[in-house]
Design a protein. Sequence first.
Length: 108
Amino acid sequence: MTDKKSPTEAAPSPASKQTPPASSLSQKERDTINSLSYEQARDQLVEVVRALEAGGLDLENSVKQWELGEALAKRAQAVLDDVRSKLDAAQADQASAGKDAGTQGNLE
């Protein structure tokens, strides 16, 4: 006996990949989060975590804070990923320039 999954169990349907997760965050809130610097997103995330850890929030506010925290964490990670790609590109440029150092190739 094999443990095969049916095709419907193996992968989500294409429609489910296109549907964004439900969120109580407004588009304005998401836009504001997406404009934050890394430090701003991190600091706000710390405040969200403190509020959740302190407890005392009703279910609706807890879910809202959790969603806000998720969005802030994603923003901070996106900023870090962008910086990493810029650093990688700069290092690649330096390595490429280093190959031509002392030759006419660096004049192109």
